[in-house]
Design a protein around this ligand. Structure first.
Ligand code: UDP
Length: 237
């Protein structure tokens, strides 16, 4: 049985996490480690949706800066998330847990097309659902997709793994005296101008009362530690 305080979670994973020590692509060991962490939690009965970015493959804004029009560049970014999602979902399956990809960009021969109804049904059946294609729209990020899908799928919490173990008053790498918060309200994050997620993502979370847990990705207790309260994290909301 689960010791997690949460029954259904949405995990946002940045594309860079899969690249590991490389600057591009997918590093098999990092893919396996991430999949294992997810599978370990799923085996305890927690329902898990995962949104993965594409920073390890393609970021629309960076490419648009070189002349490709932004809408095309963002479509390419969304396709990058599909590549990562297929890799992660397959690795989760290899770690012993059923997993399925749902894509916000319709491509029926590659993945099921996302509907909240179908994704919720898969969660209830014990699948880890990997949500590809971001929001399906250009000019958004996978942070926004993660907040949106968490709300659509009635998740109890959105988890965001970062380089640090929570939300700080300033960048702790730049100012070692920065104050760390154990908990903080959505309003205070805005009032203090702290960047937990991008503005659109954060606004969605705030307006819909979605709590966010920010934790350090390199914590050895992993995802299970965060959910079971053994790992330091900041709870927003
Ligand atoms: N993207 C998009 N709409 C979305 C989500 C993503 O157009 O709803 C594109 C956008 O070009 C973005 C890229 O996909 O730069 C990869 O997503 P993101 O930058 O969020 O990846 P991460 O930084 O999390 O790896």
């Amino acid at each position: 049985m689960t010791k997690s305080a949460y029954k259904r979670i949405l995990l946002k994973v940045s594309g860079e996490v899969l690249a590991g020590d490389q600057s591009f692509g997918i590093e098999p060991e990092f893919l396996k480690a991430m999949a294992q962490q997810i599978a370990d939690v799923a085996k305890k009965g927690v329902q898990i949706g995962v949104v993965i970015g594409a920073g390890n493959i393609f970021r629309g804004m960076a490419v648009a800066a070189n002349g490709t029009d932004r809408v095309t560049a963002d479509l390419m970014g969304m396709l990058g998330t599909v590549i990562n999602s297929l890799a992660l979902s397959n690795a989760i399956t290899r770690a012993g847990v059923k997993s399925k990809v749902f894509s916000a960009v319709s491509m029926p021969s590659v993945a099921d097309t996302f509907t909240a109804r179908a994704a919720k049904a898969a969660l209830e059946e014990g699948y880890v659902v990997v949500l590809a294609g971001g929001t399906g729209n250009p000019f958004f990020t996978t942070d926004t997709a993660a907040a949106l899908k968490a709300i659509e799928l009635d998740c109890d919490v959105l988890l965001k793994g970062t380089k640090v173990d929570g939300v700080y008053s300033e960048d702790p790498f730049k100012n070692p005296d920065a104050k760390r918060f154990d908990t903080i309200s959505h309003e205070e994050v805005i009032a203090r101008n702290l960047r937990v997620m991008d503005t659109a993502a954060f606004a969605l979370a705030r307006d819909n009362g979605l709590p966010i847990l920010v934790y350090a990705l390199d914590d050895k207790e992993g995802l299970a530690g965060v959910l079971e309260g053994r790992t330091r994290s900041t709870r927003v909301g």
